[in-house]
Design a protein around this ligand. Structure first.
Ligand SMILES: Cc1ncc(COP(=O)(O)O)c(C=O)c1O
Length: 395
């Protein structure tokens, strides 16, 4: 019913992923493959295309108002997929989650305040914190049994009177962890004990593979709801990143008022018509598409992990329960990180996200986006195979 194998030419379409690869990576080969930024190479759900077509055909594209049906669509989606009950009145739309994080920082902290992140963590957290003149407090994740865990005891020792807020990524990018309810509850309790606001970025919550289940932070720890802002979006789930629409959700009216004041002060209280139409249609009609996508992605995950590990002996993909971003540790190959990066970039002509951009702990890693039609994935893996052939010959 949905053809995820179909290759859609994206070069020359203002695609960040495809059209910025040469500029950002220095890989100028015309056949370069982008496996970096988190968008997928698949067509959006048909219901989204139909809603946008109807909008285009009406041909009047004036200001968009009344976010009621949009927030209701999000509310119904969260209930259905995650058994999470929210009130549409708790929702503040923002032009994406990253901009939402910036607005949250401005609403709740002062320049010089510290923001806790759990590296290796989504690099845009770091960027938006620094761009807002706040400071990063790194709470390095530790590896136990092949997955990441938070070390809250170590974090407690690092807190200062300037530490105000925590950016928590659930599921985790780049590790692909689905956090357990107990892990989330421990973090929430920690935030309450140390008077910290908890921002739970759940943009990847719908992209969870078989055997794992996402627990919303609000479900795991309702007792800290007054200090919690949860972030949701249709853009990652349904491949609508260019729509630039996100939702910041808090049941605390005072916190919401502060955030909404920042939204107004930034002139962002009016919304992008096409983004709102696309994301509402996605929540309302996209479920069969998502249900078909997840097994396709899961198979890509397994193909990539297996082939990569046999192509480059010693390389190891972290066990990935969610997201379409494989997090691969190359330290076991015995090659210096620079050499690995050069082989992937120059020999394989693949732009993977460099591990160091995710902060401490990312030094020997690369992140590969595998949300691409299988013919492209196969091409990428053959190239990686060739780029590390000498390692296998030497075995
Ligand atoms: C954890 C996380 N948050 C936010 C975003 C981006 O959100 P937006 O495009 O809505 O700013 C991403 C994109 O990869 C992400 O991985």
């Amino acid at each position: 019913m949905f053809d995820f194998d179909r290759v859609i030419e994206r070069r020359g379409t203002h695609s960040t992923k495809w059209d910025m690869t040469a500029k950002l990576s220095g890989i100028t080969a015309p056949d370069a493959l982008p496996m970096w930024v988190a968008d997928m190479d698949f067509a959006a759900p048909p219901g989204v295309t139909a809603a946008l077509k109807a909008e285009v055909e009406r041909a009047t594209h004036g200001y968009y108002a009344d976010t009621g049906t949009w927030a209701a669509a999000l509310t119904a989606w969260l209930k259905k997929r995650h058994d999470l009950t929210i009130d549409p009145a708790w929702v503040s739309p923002t032009p994406g989650i990253v901009s939402g994080l910036g607005l949250i920082l401005q609403a709740t902290t002062e320049p010089g305040d510290e923001v806790v992140v759990f590296p290796p963590a989504y690099h845009a957290f770091r960027k938006i914190i620094l761009a807002n003149d706040r400071r990063i407090l790194d709470a390095e994740l530790v590896q136990t049994a092949g997955r990441y865990a938070m070390d809250l005891d170590a974090l407690a020792k690092k807190l200062t009177p300037k530490t105000r807020i925590v950016f928590f990524c659930s599921p985790h990018n780049p590790g692909g962890n689905v956090w357990s309810a107990a892990e989330i509850r421990a973090l929430a309790t920690f935030c309450a004990e140390h008077d910290l606001i908890l921002v739970s970025d759940e943009i990847h919550c719908d992209l969870v593979f078989s055997g794992a289940r996402h627990t919303p932070t609000l479900t795991a720890a309702p007792q800290i709801k007054d200090r919690l802002i949860s972030c949701f979006a249709a853009t990652k789930t349904f491949n609508l990143a260019g729509a630039h629409v996100g939702a910041c959700v808090t049941s605390n009216p005072a916190l919401k008022k502060k955030l909404d004041a920042r939204i107004q002060a930034s002139g962002l209280g009016s919304y992008n018509l096409f983004g709102m139409v696309a994301t509402e249609a996605a929540w309302r009609t996209g479920e069969p598409w998502l249900d078909a996508l997840l097994p396709y992605l899961e198979k890509n995950r397994d193909i990539l992990a297996n082939r990569l590990q046999s192509a480059a002996p010693g390389a190891r993909a972290m066990k990935l329960d969610a997201t379409y971003l494989a997090w691969v540790d190359f330290s076991g190959t015995g090659l210096p990180a620079k050499e690995v990066a050069a082989r992937v970039a120059d020999k394989a002509r693949i732009f993977a996200s460099p591990g160091p951009q995710f902060g401490p702990g990312g030094e020997n890693w690369l992140r590969f986006n595998f949300a691409t039609p299988r013919p492209i994935l196969e091409d990428a893996l053959s190239r990686i195979d060739a780029a590390f052939a000498d390692l296998r010959a030497g075995k």
